[in-house]
Design a protein around this ligand. Structure first.
Ligand code: SAM
Length: 278
């Protein structure tokens, strides 16, 4: 089923509406971002099961952790037992569920109310608790020094003012708390390949999609006391793309690229992961 068909399916199941959000943004750019993410579930095209079912969440979790196989190696999902975690831009809650399964007390916010509705369903199906709310990550409704860790994976690059969101991440962290964030690397193998092969990147039609150099990302995070950068996300065979370009990518590019020692290509990773301390 195409992404558009599934979104229609999702609306149909809810009597033709997505619940209106009480969240007033008073910012046309943020409103456009919210509208876009209410109509586009990240990685939806890969789902084989109907939206909101157990199978749907399993499909998206499988796909995410196949594509991002680096993630559990650099993020300790089980390392926050008893700690308070906030995820900004939690989407349907795939990563947040992992932190919750590891014993963390989790809060998830997202601009898109559709994401929050699905994240609630995901937690309910897993028998797990979370505080999930539609909220703008650039103006968090939490007191200063509230969380032990704040996580934003693939979110800063899609918001209107990423610097503002980064400052909010730091503000709500307890002293000594950790922030983990990921943005896309402009100087990366995937950005170069998409231009050479004239293949659009996912969500290139979003109202905001910015790519950063490592230096620019560090500058955005400069309010933190320490910043450790780890470029990740190297080529893995694509399950989403079809046709000769996908075949060439899967059969030639991926194996050839992965022969190059990682320490040489490390700076060209598509995801710039940042581990920061307040
Ligand atoms: C590419 S999706 C990533 C979702 C999830 N973090 C993941 O990795 O699967 C980007 C998400 O960021 C959210 N987002 C963008 N701007 C936001 C903002 N200002 N506040 C909260 N969420 C935001 C979108 O609604 C969307 O769910």
């Amino acid at each position: 089923m195409s992404e558009i068909a599934i979104v229609k399916d999702l609306k149909h199941k809810r009597n033709g509406t997505i619940e209106p959000s009480a969240l007033a943004l008073n910012n046309p750019r943020l409103e456009a971002i919210r509208e876009y993410w209410n109509a586009h579930i990240h990685d939806l095209a890969i789902a084989k099961h109907p939206v909101g079912t157990k199978g749907f969440f399993v499909d998206l979790d499988d796909y995410r952790f196949d594509k991002l196989r680096y993630l559990p190696h650099v993020v300790d999902f089980n390392g926050y037992r008893g700690k308070k975690i906030l995820e900004i831009g939690c989407g349907i809650g795939i990563d947040l569920i992992r932190f919750a399964k590891g014993g963390a007390h989790v809060t998830g916010v997202d601009l898109a109310q559709q994401s929050i509705q699905l994240a609630k369903k995901n937690f309910e199906l897993n028998g797990l608790k979370a505080d999930l709310r539609p909220m703008n990550g650039e103006a968090l409704e939490f007191a200063d020094n509230s969380f032990d860790m704040v996580y934003a994976h693939g979110v800063l690059q899609y918001t209107a003012d990423a610097g503002k969101m980064a400052k909010e991440m730091r503000r709500v962290l307890k002293p000594g708390g950790k922030a983990i964030a990921m943005v896309y690397n402009r100087l990366s193998w995937l950005n170069a390949l998409s231009k050479v092969m004239k293949v659009e990147l996912e969500h290139e039609d979003a109202p905001v999609l910015k790519k950063y150099s490592i230096g620019e990302f560090k500058k955005m995070l400069s309010p933190f006391s320490t910043i450790r950068i780890v470029p990740e996300r190297f080529p893995v065979a694509s399950r989403l793309q079809q046709g000769w370009k996908a075949a060439a990518f899967n059969r030639i590019f991926v194996p050839a690229f992965n022969l190059i020692p990682r320490f040489i290509v490390r700076p060209l990773g598509w995801h710039i992961m940042a581990f920061c301390k307040k």
